[in-house]
Design a protein around this ligand. Structure first.
Ligand SMILES: Nc1nc2c(ncn2[C@@H]2O[C@H](COP(=O)(O)OP(=O)(O)OP(=O)(O)O)[C@@H](O)[C@H]2O)c(=O)[nH]1
Ligand SMILES: [Mg+2]
Ligand SMILES: [Zn+2]
Ligand SMILES: [Zn+2]
Length: 222
């Protein structure tokens, strides 16, 4: 009983801080995306290609969450945009406080799009609101098409699902339709994109969707 109470206290405190973060983002008209997946599904590779494609159109920054190392932030910074690393020092997810503590590294007024790459993990990142506008989940075709039923919360909270590494489809027995059916059963409104962060196949639709999400927040900001 005690453990359950403690768990819900932590989540309630996180939700309060996430609301506070959201106010910062709305106030400055920055669209914020929380990118989540299992380790190695291709989050950083997707971001590298996305940043290259959109850099002329939007002012972008990235927060990288990892248990250790600043490798991912270095990979993103090499593409010429601001990138900072949060090391969770063991924790398997980012929380709203960590994000808030690092916002001072950016000047939010000068950004259109902030992407937060969460720690690779299909479980608790789904429970921790960071104040983002949308959560986007990657599932790579090497992970198996049974994942929606096994990790339902992640699929339920996502606005969009990116089925990544489709260049590898000839080598794996991943059934795209089965994965999409499973995901839609948990989330009717889910936007689904099939793509390859390696080859760029399928990127037009993903980039168009992202564009529309950024534009929506800009329009609301006026
Ligand atoms: N074939 C193929 N490989 C990919 C694709 N996307 C990413 N990879 C490879 O998958 C590996 C992991 O990619 P990352 O982008 O580092 O994955 P990540 O989700 O950021 O990993 P963590 O941050 O450690 O959770 C790398 O070797 C990438 O080159 C893809 O679309 N096709
Ligand atoms: Mg990464
Ligand atoms: Zn604040
Ligand atoms: Zn965790």
């Amino acid at each position: 009983m005690h453990e359950i109470a403690l768990g819900s206290d932590i989540l309630a405190a996180n939700n309060t801080l996430a609301q506070h973060n959201r106010q910062h983002f709305v106030e400055h008209g920055v669209y914020v995306l929380n990118l989540m997946s299992a380790p190695g599904a291709g989050k950083t590779t997707l971001l590298e290609r996305t940043v290259d494609a959109l850099a002329g159109r939007h002012r972008i920054a990235v927060i990288e969450g990892d248990v250790q190392t600043r490798e991912d932030a270095d990979r993103i910074a090499a593409h010429g945009i601001p990138a900072i690393q949060i090391n969770t020092g063991g924790a398997c997810h980012l929380d709203a406080r960590q994000v808030h503590d690092h916002l001072r590294h950016f000047s939010l007024d000068e950004l259109d799009l902030l992407v937060i790459e969460n720690v690779g993990n299909l479980v608790c990142p789904a429970e921790f609101d960071l104040g983002e506008h949308d959560r986007v989940m990657l599932l790579s075709v090497t992970e198996g098409d049974d994942k929606p039923a096994k990790y339902p919360v992640m699929f339920h909270v996502a606005r969009a699902l990116l089925l990544n590494k489709i260049d590898l489809l000839p080598h794996v027995d991943f059934d795209l339709e089965r994965a999409e059916r499973g995901a839609r059963a948990l989330n009717l409104d889910l936007e689904i994109f099939r793509l390859s962060a390696r080859t760029g196949e399928g990127f037009e639709s993903w980039l168009a969707w992202l564009d529309s999400r950024v534009a929506r927040v800009k329009a609301q900001h006026g």
